[in-house]
Design a protein around this ligand. Structure first.
Ligand code: ARG
Length: 461
């Protein structure tokens, strides 16, 4: 009969509509191999506790091996009447080992501790893959930075020209948040590395099974401290959803700039043909679809996080079926990043920068005004006055339609007695960049240092 897991106290099977609602195999089947690994570990602790004899253990492990091979080959798949991955695999086990041996495996475990454990196993595995893909984006940014030493560009705040910066400095400003995201995945792993197996439905097991042994067998650092927490908490899943959403947000901020930079108005970059798309009607179009999809899909990852948090809010202890809803959001976040990140790193790696244009725009928009003010401060002028004087220079230039370096010696002198021709030494992009030489600043020597720092951090991660 259908739903054989709890036949005893029921007089009939569930309504079709309930079975339809309940079924989760279409999304939890991806946990099948982890479930089988959990079952092998569980069989071993049952044996150690004297609940399975030697022959029983051998038969059980042989049947689980066979089942694993059949899952891998696709010969065994969930049937419509299987509620979830655990139900399906129990059926598969009993088909292979017989009801006597197969029916012993369920002792001392519940689908509640099983699913909590499998979820962590799966997420820990995918976290490593996602981190590797994020590092590929970091590598692409670092390589672009490395291959454009000394190229200046307009640095912006409020999207307005602010101060000249090195292109490499700007690119690395996108690399560091991604490196922190990789660290977040690693920190997260230390918290996720505790196994809920042995928590049972919520209260633990009376059968003398060793949760630490199962944990070690499954590659965890140890077993959870509290069986209720082990089965009811999903903060490990929510935190994973946050980190993946943060990755997407960090990628999306790069994407937005790529989209802007590829416009005629900015003209900073050309996208490689392999990473751009055309238009079905406008023959001239070359569209930044990779970046737009990155920006767009970020909305999904944010939604996955907020949806999951909303599911968890208000759930009483311990396990509630609501918790089944933890899987689709994070699975979607993983799947989305796993298709997005390779395309994104390819796009970044193949960007071609119009360095001449970047350099010529760098000093425009009066972006050297701060350099005038700071030069005055070095001459002993209070910053309040210096700021005023530099502002006056901008005002004069703006009204005459000229740039700061076009001001004559007489213009300068008439704006302020402090403005001697010596100020011209900072009215160049090179002078401005070189002067910002504190740690983290845009001076070429500092940017070269942080480039090596970022490359080393990516290597070690
Ligand atoms: N499929 C469930 C989940 O994903 C696990 C089974 C627990 N179900 C139950 N009725 N106790 O959370």
């Amino acid at each position: 009969s259908r739903l054989s897991l709890w036949g005893g106290r029921f007089s009939g099977g569930p309504a079709d509509a309930l079975a339809e609602l309940s079924r989760s195999t279409h999304f939890d089947w991806r946990l099948a191999l982890h479930d089988i690994a959990g079952s092998r570990a569980h069989a071993r602790v049952l044996h150690r506790a004297g609940l399975l004899d030697d022959a029983g253990l051998d038969a059980m492990l042989a049947a689980l091996d066979e089942l694993r091979a059949d899952v891998e080959s696709g010969a065994f798949v969930p049937a419509p009447e299987d509620e979830d991955v655990h139900t399906a695999l129990e059926r598969g086990l009993i088909e292979r080992a017989g009801a006597d041996v197969g029916g012993r495996l369920r002792a001392g475990r519940s689908r509640n501790d099983q699913i909590a454990t499998l979820g962590r196993m799966y997420l820990r595995e995918r976290a490593r893959v996602v981190a590797g893909l994020v590092l590929d984006v970091v590598d692409a940014l670092v390589e672009q930075a490395r291959s454009h030493p000394g190229v200046a560009m307009p640095g912006r705040t409020h999207l307005q020209h602010a101060q000249p910066v090195l292109l490499a400095h700007h690119l690395l400003a996108h690399a560091w948040p991604l490196l922190r995201d990789v660290q977040r995945l690693q920190d997260w792993d230390a918290r996720a590395a505790l196994s809920p197996y042995g928590s049972g439905a919520l209260a633990g097991s009376s059968l003398g099974l060793d949760p630490e042994a199962v944990a070690a067998d499954l590659g965890f650092d140890g077993a959870v401290e509290n069986s209720i927490d082990g089965t009811a908490s999903r903060d490990a899943v929510a935190e994973f959803a946050f980190v993946t959403a943060m990755v997407a947000v960090d990628i999306s901020r790069i994407a937005e700039e790529v989209i802007l930079w590829a416009t005629k108005e900015f003209g900073f970059i050309t996208l490689d043909d392999a990473y751009s798309t055309g238009s079905s009607i406008m023959p001239q179009k070359k569209n930044p679809d990779v970046a737009e999809l990155a920006r767009g899909k970020t909305g999904r990852l944010i939604g996955n996080l907020t949806g999951l948090l909303a599911t968890l809010k208000g759930l009483p202890l311990a396990y509630n079926r609501d918790l089944q809803e933890d899987k689709e959001p994070v699975f979607d976040s993983i799947d989305t990043l796993e298709v997005l990140l390779p395309a994104f790193s390819g796009m970044v790696a193949t960007l071609v920068f119009d360095t001449e244009r970047l350099e010529s725009l760098a000093p425009q928009g009066f972006s050297l005004a701060t350099d005038i003010a700071e030069w005055l401060v070095r001459q002993g002028v209070p910053f309040r006055v210096a700021h005023e004087v530099a502002g006056e220079c901008v005002r004069v230039c703006e009204s005459r339609g000229i740039e700061l370096w076009d001001l004559s010696d007489d213009d300068l002198a008439s704006i302020s007695e402090h403005l001697t021709p010596g100020v011209r030494e900072v009215l160049t992009v090179e002078g401005s960049l070189a002067s910002r030489d504190g740690k983290g600043g845009t001076a070429p020597v500092r940017v070269a240092e942080q480039l090596e720092g970022a490359a080393a951090a990516a290597q070690e991660a």
